[in-house]
Every structure is written in C-alpha cells, then in structure tokens.
Design a protein around this ligand. Structure first.
Ligand code: ITT
Length: 193
C-alpha cells in the first residue's frame, strides 16, 4: 500500500521523497488526498509530528509519515524552534522570517553567539494507531545576508559546522545526506528495517 506524506510543505515533500526513493515505497501527499492542515497545538517537535501523523492516518486509513522541524538559535533561547513556520507569517515569506531572526539576534548585541541547529522529528503512524517517532539534528552557525536558493525555509542563513556554503547553496543531494531530516530518517530506518 501507499504511505501518506503528512505535510503541506513542498520542500519537505522533496526531501522526504529523496530519502524514501531507495526503498521503492509508493507515496501520496496530504495535499493530493485533500487532507486538512491540522493545528499544531503541541509544545515539542515530537508532539506536533505525532499529531500530524495521527490525523493523516486516521483520515486516510493509510500509514503516514509526518515531519515537524525548525531552526533553534542558541542565543534566542531556542527560538524560533517549533514556531519556525509561524515566524514567516500568513504569506509564508521566509525572507521575513530570516530577517526576524537576524533582528532578534542584533538586539542581543555584537557578542551574541551565532550558533544554531535544525531539529527534525519524524513520526510514522500506522492505521491501527501504532506510532513511532525519531528525532534528528544538525549543528551550525547563522550567516548574514542569506545566500542560495536551492533549499527552502531558513536554508539560506544556515551553515553546517565544517562547511562554508549555506544549506541554500549546497547541492540538494548533499543537504539530504547531512540534514537534521536525514539524521532522523537514519534512526527511523535503523529501528524499522
Ligand atoms: P507541515 O506542517 O505541513 O509539514 P510546515 O512548513 O508548517 O509544514 P513545520 O511546522 O514543521 O512545517 O515548520 C517547520 C519550518 O521550519 C518550515 O516551514 C521551514 O521554514 C523550517 N525548516 C524545517 N526544515 C528545514 C530545512 O531543512 N531547511 C530550512 N528550513 C527548514
């Protein structure tokens, strides 16, 4: 049977599609099934991933995979964190969201650290209600101004430790192999296969 990708974010659909490709699993997106976007009422990445996966499995009767993720800036106490999508506003404009991160950091003064990390929680939910969740992360630094248009979201302002290119500049295959999403996916595969 098919696996529902319980996300409405095209960047995630692309990346999760690439991660799943070697397994030959047939997928269908939440958008294609006309599934609604559930309200993210959780207070952790894992809770929000579970709520999205559970709703998609319940409504479709198919196994589902959901992703809740975000950028955590150490000097901002972990913000935007689970609010990463919401910082872009109704228009989902990530130039605005990145500017907001930059401005908040500037308010902290010139000595504020630029350390940041991305987190990704992946939840796999079966139609019988069984659910498993895996969390991954990647550590890096914030860059300014943003550079590159190959990724999505906050990618243009994130440089992984040891790299000089931003995630927005990296070859997508490379990003897919080192990202927080790849880290979570490796744990999922290790547990289930
Ligand atoms: P769904 O809930 O439908 O999956 P969403 O975009 O609302 O889509 P989230 O609530 O998990 O998803 O928000 C996470 C945000 O964090 C996302 O919109 C991106 O802007 C950002 N983000 C997550 N992973 C990222 C990545 O690999 N690169 C850049 N930004 C990322």
């Amino acid at each position: 049977g098919k696996l529902v990708l319980a996300t409405h974010n095209p960047g995630k659909v692309r990346e999760i599609g690439a991660l799943l490709a070697p397994f030959g699993i047939e997928t269908v997106s939440a958008g294609a099934l006309g599934l609604p976007e559930p309200e993210e009422t959780g207070t952790t990445f894992a809770a929000n991933a579970e709520l999205k996966a559970r709703e998609a499995a319940d409504l479709s009767g198919l196994p589902s995979l959901a992703d809740d993720s975000g950028l955590c800036v150490e000097a901002l106490g972990g913000d935007p964190g689970i609010f990463s999508a919401r910082w872009a506003g109704e228009s989902k404009d990530f130039a605005v969201a990145m500017q907001r991160v930059h401005d908040r950091l500037a308010e902290r003064g010139p000595d504020a650290g630029r350390d940041a990390h991305f987190v990704c929680a992946l939840s796999l939910c079966w139609p019988d209600g069984h659910i498993e969740t895996f969390e991954g992360r990647v550590d890096g630094m914030l860059a300014w101004p943003p550079r590159g248009d190959r990724g999505f979201g906050y990618d243009p302002m994130f440089v992984r430790n040891g790299d000089s290119a931003t995630f927005g500049e990296l070859d997508p295959d490379l990003k897919h192999s080192v990202s927080h999403r790849a880290d979570a996916f490796r744990k999922l595969v290790a547990a289930l296969f």
